[in-house]
Design a protein. Structure first.
Length: 85
């Protein structure tokens, strides 16, 4: 399972949706980056593949960052998101 996580202005918690395949997560990541860069869409609606009824709508102008990381299924933990030195 792969997480696509959005960081929102002035929000302490990220918004996360999940994709089953790496290629689907990377595709969604690229779509979000394109929308943020072009700015021609005001609202972004996302759905989650793990929790089928989960939907998130967010103002594109409020997105600060987006990241993709793999969630390991064995222990319920995930790879450390973000960048580490």
């Amino acid at each position: 399972m792969y997480n696509v996580e959005l960081i929102i202005k002035l929000s302490p918690l990220p918004l996360t949706v999940q994709r089953k395949k790496d290629e689907d997560a990377k595709k969604l990541y690229s779509e979000i980056i394109d929308i943020m860069h072009n700015g021609n869409q005001k609202i972004l609606e996302l759905t989650c593949e793990k929790v089928e009824d989960k939907k998130i709508s967010v103002l594109v102008s409020e997105i600060v960052a987006v990241q993709v990381y793999e969630k390991t299924s064995s222990s319920g933990s995930s790879k450390r998101p973000g960048f580490s030195l």
